[in-house]
Write a protein that binds this ligand. Structure first.
Ligand code: ZN
Length: 175
C-alpha cells in the first residue's frame, strides 16, 4: 500500500517507504489500538495522547534504523513530515527522497547498468549528486536556490512541506 501511495520503486526498504508515504507501521498502529481498547474511557484527549506515544515509538525506530541513511538524512522528524499539510509525494519526489530511481549509482547497484558514475562530470551519480552538486542541473538548482535561500537537505525538506518543488525535480528525473 505504501509503495502505491508514493509510487516508490519496490526495492525501497519498508521503514523508508512507510515514512515517505506517511503510514504508521502496522505493529505500532496495532499497539495503539490495543492500548485504546483497554482504556475505560476514550475521548479525543486520550486518542491524542496515544497517537503522540505512537509517534515517539516510530521516531525511536526511525532513529535507530540501519537502513535508508539517505532518507533519514532528509527526513529527521517523522511526525513533522507525516503530519504536514502540503507536499504530496509522487513518483519524482519519492525518487529523490528514497534514492531509488533514475540515478546511475542506484541502477548500477541493482545491476542494470555497468557504471554508476555521472555522464556529465564523472562523480557518483546519486540523488544527492543530482540535487546538490552536478553542474548539469545548475540552471534548475539556481531557480530552486532563489526560492529556498540556501540549498541544503534541511531547507529543501522544510520547503517541501510548505510549497511545491516538483517542477525542478521532474525536469531532472525525467531525463
Ligand atoms: Zn554530475
Amino acid at each position: 500500500m505504501a509503495l502505491r501511495i508514493c509510487s516508490a520503486y519496490c526495492t525501497i526498504s519498508t521503514d523508508a517507504v512507510l515514512v515517505i508515504a506517511g503510514l504508521i507501521p502496522l505493529h505500532l498502529a496495532a499497539e495503539e489500538k490495543l492500548e485504546l481498547y483497554v482504556k475505560a474511557e476514550i475521548n479525543d484527549e486520550v486518542k491524542n495522547y496515544q497517537r503522540r506515544g505512537t509517534y515517539q515509538k516510530w521516531q525511536e525506530e526511525w532513529d535507530t534504523s540501519d537502513k535508508r541513511r539517505w532518507t533519514r538524512k532528509l527526513i529527521h522528524n517523522v511526525e513533522d513530515w507525516t503530519s504536514r499539510k502540503h507536499g504530496d509525494v509522487d513518483y519524482y519526489i519519492t525518487q529523490f527522497l528514497s534514492g531509488h530511481g533514475v540515478f546511475m549509482d542506484f541502477l548500477h547497484r541493482i545491476k542494470k547498468i555497468p557504471n554508476g558514475n555521472c555522464m556529465y562530470c564523472d562523480e557518483i551519480y546519486d540523488a544527492e549528486h543530482t540535487l546538490f552538486c552536478c553542474p548539469r542541473w545548475e540552471r534548475g538548482r539556481s531557480a530552486l536556490l532563489s526560492d529556498v535561500g540556501m540549498l541544503t537537505s534541511d531547507t529543501l525538506i522544510m520547503k517541501m512541506t510548505k510549497t511545491s518543488v516538483g517542477a525542478f525535480m521532474k525536469e531532472d528525473l525525467d531525463r
